[in-house]
Design a protein around this ligand. Structure first.
Ligand code: HEM
Length: 409
């Protein structure tokens, strides 16, 4: 039976997922734009699918192209500029390992840890800005969004001044429900031009100490990265930096402020922030469904046989609420064992930026608690609108009241 997402899916996907899990681990689904896929909702089946080497991602193979033709209909999926399609999330072994090896050093734990002072400084600067606001403030626009974006722009070596532009491109590109292929075409063409210019400049001026330069240098060293791979990787990192950590911070603040005593208690116990962030990733992770995959052979998951050449969507949000793996999954419990949550994916595509995202969220939440003990929602939690994206789970805006001026430090 072909399912569709219920009207309230974006407000709360978990009741729908629970109903599906009660019926079985695998379901056929058609998204609003006509994208058709097999949706995996159980924890065990999700892990199995994410590790299955015959379930692949490369859209450039014959089967990949067929899956797209069959499953993506006229949605924006097929309209992404080809030159942006040569990145990790579109690669299978052995190309995937080759590219991943080149970008991994930039995300090594010691390199990420070394960003702590800069992340803290950006955080404090943004929090200073909140104090100057009169009346309710949108915490997404003023805090959750600019923090990771500034960090990613600095890391990548692109001007922070261009961030309004990145934000728009990123929003268009990351929306697989987008029903407007023309918009997708023009946004992605603009991204290509932007990174081509940057590539030409780095080549002319010589590399700087940034990640984009690392990619350019890696390409030159052994001719191991093509121009399209450099542009595509930079683009993936930019999008990943825009759509994920933002929502981890936003979702955490919303959950905390929906229960003011919890916010107050945590303030007395900042050591628990890392555990809080992990439970948040499980409970309301920023990635709802993982990116598109397709079967290359008939594949049995649970008792369902998925034919070859069809799209697979793994519902990470559902796996993380699977009652067979996490007891009382709808309860947000900082004390629970969150080991094995799938918020960052699983297998070879496990999130490259997980360490960075965790660090940013920990700093953001600790500093916010410390500086704004009286923070509260400016509207009812029910009035807050969620983004209409099947990939990303986050709110559109988060109006808060900042009452007391924070102590000067
Ligand atoms: C809380 C924040 C984040 C979450 C929840 C998250 C989640 C994920 C997930 C679920 C995947 C796997 C997708 C799939 O298999 O379909 C992934 C992959 C990836 N993420 Fe993240 N991410 C976050 C932040 C970041 C950041 C900050 C960066 C980079 C600066 C980043 C870079 C990447 C990259 C490059 C991949 C592809 C890895 C590969 O294919 O080998 N992520 N992320």
């Amino acid at each position: 039976m072909m399912r569709q997402l219920p009207p309230d899916f974006f407000r709360t996907p978990y009741a729908f997922y629970e109903r599906l899990r009660a019926e079985g681990p695998v379901h056929q689904i058609e998204l609003r734009t006509g994208v058709r896929a097999w949706l995996i909702v159980d924890y065990g089946a999700a892990r199995e699918a994410l590790r299955n080497p015959t379930i692949r991602k490369d859209p450039h193979t014959a089967t990949g192209a067929e899956a797209r033709r069959e499953g993506a209909a006229d949605s924006g999926v097929g309209a992404v500029n080809e030159r942006l399609s040569h990145h990790l999330l579109n690669m299978d072994p052995p190309q995937h390992a080759r590219l991943r090896k080149l970008v991994t050093p930039a995300f090594a734990p010691a390199r990420i840890e070394a960003l702590t002072p800069r992340i803290t400084a950006i955080t404090d600067e943004l929090l200073d800005g909140l104090a100057r606001a009169e009346g309710p403030v949108d915490l997404m626009a003023e805090f959750a969004f600019p923090l990771p974006i500034t960090v990613i722009c600095e890391m990548l070596g692109v001007p922070t001044a261009d961030r309004a532009q990145f934000k728009e491109w990123s929003a268009v590109v990351s929306d697989i429900t987008l029903a407007d292929p023309e918009r997708m075409r023009s946004a992605t063409a603009a991204v290509v031009t932007y990174f081509e210019d940057l590539l030409a400049r780095r080549r002319a001026e010589g590399p700087g100490g940034d990640l984009f330069s690392d990619l350019v240098t890696a390409g030159q060293a052994g001719d191991r990265l093509t121009d399209d791979e450099i542009i595509s990787m930079a683009f993936l990192i930019l999008v990943a930096g825009h759509e994920t950590t933002v929502n981890l911070i936003g979702n955490t603040v919303l959950t905390l402020l929906s229960d003011p005593p919890r916010y107050a208690a945590l303030r007395e116990d900042l050591d628990r922030v890392p555990a809080l962030v992990e439970e948040m990733l499980r409970f309301e992770g920023p990635v709802n469904m993982a990116t598109l995959r397709y079967t290359t052979v008939p594949t049995v998951i649970g008792e369902t046989e998925i034919p070859a050449g069809e799209f697979v969507l793994v519902a990470l949000g559902s796996a993380n609420h699977d009652e067979r793996h996490f007891a009382a999954p709808e309860i947000f419990d900082v004390e629970r064992n969150t080991n094995g949550h799938l918020a960052f994916g699983h297998g070879i595509h496990f999130c490259l930026g997980a360490g960075l995202a965790r660090l940013e969220a920990r700093v953001a939440i600790s500093r916010l608690l410390d500086r704004y003990p009286d923070l509260r929602l400016a509207v009812d939690a029910d009035e807050i609108a969620w983004r209409e994206s099947v990939l990303f789970r986050g709110v559109q805006d988060l109006p808060v009241e900042v009452t007391k001026a924070p102590a000067l430090r």
